[in-house]
Design a protein around this ligand. Structure first.
Ligand code: PHE
Length: 339
């Protein structure tokens, strides 16, 4: 009987090793170790053996059973590994890909970059400057007298316990900085964020964007200024818009102008953005005041220039038909995802 068991074991081992799919292995397991399996049958016969032989044969049969079970486990593990690896290699090219959420530019940035392109093509540098600024560059260097209302804390954010420091109220703070740094002749635009102590509503925010332009050269006139304004508005709005020029007072230009654009949101009918007038104040501009030229260390008889400050945020609103300025800083994805 011992020989019979050994033969049975050898045969089983051979067959187990041949199986290369899990199903075959399971069948063989049943064939040998199942309730009606070959080995089980032999084990059942043990009780009919002579009493002296029973323990020896029984022990041997159980040993074989144990060995076969270990072998099955090993083969099963190997087969599973193999089929797992195969699965990983299978690529179904007809499945739709995983969609990654991609960020995109804020409308302010889109318009700012388009404007930068327009001006770079006309030979202007693009410069950035400090948002935390000294009273000197924000006011004094720009010929803004201490009595000017813009200097009032009602209009400007000053820094607590830091006399002489404030959040810049306009990008004009860059004018004298740029002259000092780059000299003349100079053509530059300064886009950036500015801050004012405003009561907020549909057209006023405490934080918004401007784009300043400055050109200093010899014999600069209002003609140069108007041509640049036109190129700018056409380059960005991509259509002819009605523009009106009226006198405007800014201490750092002389003469000074306000450039209004007909309101594209209501088509000039009057709405909350244009304060019911049909026109939106878009640009402050003028010829650079001799005192500013002097503050830049230049001879104001020799050098002249024009400067303008575009309400970049307003332009964004007009371009996209946004009727509430507060949406721009809201971080509301329902709004932002439209751009
Ligand atoms: N700095 C002015 C403002 O913020 C705009 C301006 C810039 C006007 C340059 C004239 C020249 O309103």
């Amino acid at each position: 009987m011992k020989d019979q068991l050994t033969k049975l074991k050898d045969q089983a081992v051979k067959e187990f090793k041949k199986s290369n799919v899990l199903d075959d292995l399971k069948k063989l397991q049943t064939k040998y170790l199942g309730r009606k399996g070959e080995l089980t049958k032999v084990l059942r016969q043990v009780k009919d053996l002579a009493e002296a032989e029973r323990p020896k044969i029984g022990q041997y049969a159980n040993q074989i059973k144990g060995e076969l079970e270990v072998l099955i486990k090993d083969i099963e593990y190997e087969l599973k590994q193999k089929s797992g690896a195969q699965k990983e290699e299978l690529i179904d090219v007809t499945l739709p890909g995983t969609k990654y959420q991609q960020g995109h530019l804020h409308p302010n940035t889109i318009v700012q970059r388009q404007l930068e392109e327009v001006f770079k093509n006309m030979g202007f540098m693009v410069l950035e400057g400090p948002e935390l600024e000294s009273e000197y560059y924000n006011f004094e260097a720009l010929n803004i007298p201490p009595s000017h209302p813009a200097r009032d804390i009602q209009d400007t954010f000053y820094i607590k316990n830091k006399p002489g420091l404030l959040m810049r109220a306009h990008t004009s703070n860059q004018q004298v900085r740029a002259i000092e740094k780059y000299g003349v002749p100079l053509r530059a635009v300064f886009p950036g964020r500015v801050f004012r102590n405003e009561a907020t509503d549909a057209s006023h925010e405490t934080t918004f964007y401007q784009l300043e332009g400055l050109m200093i050269d010899k014999d600069i006139s209002v003609t140069h200024l108007i041509a640049s304004m036109k190129a700018m508005l056409k380059g960005i709005l991509k259509k002819d818009v009605e523009v009106r020029l009226r006198p405007g007072y800014f201490p750092f230009v002389e003469p000074g102008f306000e450039v209004d654009v007909s309101c594209l949101i209501c088509g000039g009918q009057g709405c909350s953005v244009c304060k019911q007038t049909g026109w939106v104040e878009m640009v402050g501009s003028g010829l650079v005041h001799p005192n500013v030229i002097k503050a830049g260390g230049l001879d104001s008889k020799e050098w002249s220039g024009f400067a303008f400050g575009l309400g970049l945020t307003r332009l964004v609103m007009l371009k996209y038909g946004i009727d509430d300025i507060r949406l721009l800083q809201s971080g509301d994805l329902r709004f932002l995802n439209q751009f």
